[in-house]
Design a protein around this ligand. Structure first.
Ligand code: AMP
Ligand code: ZN
Length: 473
């Protein structure tokens, strides 16, 4: 039984899908005007892991994550470069997808883009106007009337009167025609140098919140299982999404709201102005992207996480323990005897199963990846002790499968596919044999020359007690 902490009820709740065996899940994606930073990577990695766990449990997950491709920051950058806004957004969508692939984040079932969903937005805004939940002012701006929604504030646990009090006297330039300071924009008129679309109210563009309500409805239906994002989105973005969707559709919008806590840097909030801002690309230039993924999952998603070089180094060492274990296992497998498993080995596999049981228990508990990773390290220790050269192939294969299955649920790549053609691998093995013969004949100059010949081709040799291994950079 999977339990999820629901931001709306502030309770751990048993997950019950709308449709048996299926999960409809929407995750708010980035605004694409720059390379994504490591803070943006946190929800991507965390909710990709949630998705992977549901899939491991046999659910079919329809996972939708948008790209916000019309926004002030995109327009500003486009004007600076003298290009169309779409040039900027398409460029950074491509870069974002590259970062996601490096972090082993699966592509969403659908990645909708705001600019391609304008017709749906106009339709929903019209419905809101027709049902009295929205109104048009003189310049063609359409506002959502917050007071028309009696449930407003239910996600962020805010009370309308308190909100009203906090907004007293705050007038936003250009928004003087709002009936109430709490009302928010659904559609706004075009400005010079901005992209715009025709609409019944004016030529202009949508406000930010409406896109998620519309895309979620289009790709997942009126009511969905899970809606997720960073905790900064709870208010006003997600509160406004609920207001729009529930007022337009007359049905509950989301069953479970999930929010990740923030990633800080050296104990400070990450921000451009403080200069402590790091892109995924910068980190990937120094570390294997898997190290960043492991670091993100080493804390519970609802706990703040502090990024630091020391933590990355420790995550790097942890990652190498996993890949090192896998390398050894594969090496021993290479010469393992194809004989039936012994009774002892069968017993040992039963013991190994306890790690998977514990792993599932932790993941069932609101996706406690921090403890699930500890289970993986227990398994790593077990494999290191038990993967001996005299073990049967079947036993070693079973251990390998167990390790690969659990690491894959977290999206951790335990085993890199060596991108080496068969011919080259055979040639390397020949050279290793030649070098071993040279060493045996005490011809160390020749042995060294062979090592150098290989290293010039990016192939590193490692002499271990089980024999010489190699890897290609
Ligand atoms: P944005 O492009 O700012 O809309 O952000 C895209 C996603 O990244 C949203 O779910 C944000 O909540 C999330 N996010 C932004 N900064 C951080 C951070 N420092 N830590 C965790 N999540 C973040
Ligand atoms: Zn959203």
């Amino acid at each position: 039984m999977i339990k999820i902490f629901n931001t709306e009820t502030l309770q751990l709740e048993e997950f019950k899908p709308i449709e048996e065996g299926k999960v409809r899940m929407y995750v708010c994606g980035p605004t694409v005007y720059n390379l994504i930073h490591i803070g943006n990577a946190r929800p991507m990695i965390v909710f990709d892991t949630v998705r992977r766990y549901f899939e491991y449990k046999g659910y079919k997950v329809n996972y939708v994550s948008n790209f916000t491709d019309v926004d002030d920051k995109i327009i500003k950058k486009a004007n600076e470069e003298g290009v169309d806004a779409s040039v900027i957004s398409e460029r950074y969508i491509k870069e974002c997808k590259k970062d996601m692939a490096d972090l082993n984040v699966k592509p969403a079932t659908t990645h909708p883009q705001a600019t391609k969903e304008i017709a749906g937005m106009i339709e929903m805004i019209q419905e809101l106007i027709d049902s009295g939940h929205a109104y048009v002012v003189d310049d063609g701006t359409v506002y959502f009337s917050v007071h028309s929604d009696r449930q407003y504030g239910k996600l962020s646990h805010k009370n309308l009167d308190d909100l009203q009090f906090n907004m007293r006297g705050i007038a936003v330039s250009g928004e003087e025609q709002k009936r109430d300071p709490l009302d928010f924009v659904l559609w706004k008129p075009k400005k010079e140098g901005e992209p715009y679309w025709d609409s019944p109210w004016c030529q202009g563009r949508p406000g930010w919140h409406i896109e998620c309500s519309v895309m979620s409805k289009r790709y997942l239906g009126d009511t969905i299982d899970i809606h997720a994002g960073g905790e900064d989105l709870i208010f006003p973005h997600h509160e406004n999404e609920i207001a729009q969707s529930e007022c337009a559709n007359g049905k509950p919008f989301v069953h479970y709201w999930m929010h990740n806590a923030f990633l800080n840097i050296d104990n400070h909030k990450m921000s451009k102005s403080l200069g402590n801002f790091k892109t995924v690309r910068e980190i990937d230039a120094i570390y294997d992207p898997q190290v960043l993924r492991l670091l993100m999952l080493s804390a519970h998603y609802r706990s703040p996480l502090n990024f630091s070089a020391a933590l990355m180094d420790s995550a790097k060492a942890s990652y190498e323990r996993i890949t090192g274990c896998m390398d050894n296992l594969n090496f021993v497998l290479g010469s393992a005897a194809d004989v039936p498993m012994t009774d002892e080995e069968k017993e040992s596999l039963k013991a190994a199963d306890a790690f998977r049981v514990s792993f599932e228990k932790h993941m069932d508990d609101d996706f406690n990846t921090a403890d699930a990773i500890s289970d993986i390290f227990d398994l790593v220790r077990f494999v290191n002790t038990n993967a001996k050269p005299d073990a049967s192939k079947a036993y070693l294969e079973a251990l390998r499968k167990e390790l690969l299955t659990l690491t894959d649920v977290l999206g951790i790549i335990a085993e890199r596919k060596q991108d080496v053609a068969g011919d080259e691998a055979a040639w390397i093995e020949e050279k290793i044999a030649e070098r071993a013969a040279a060493k045996k004949a005490k011809d160390y100059a020749k042995a060294d020359a062979i090592r150098k010949e290989l290293s010039d081709k990016g192939i590193t040799l490692m002499d271990t007690k089980e024999g010489t291994k190699w890897k290609k950079d």
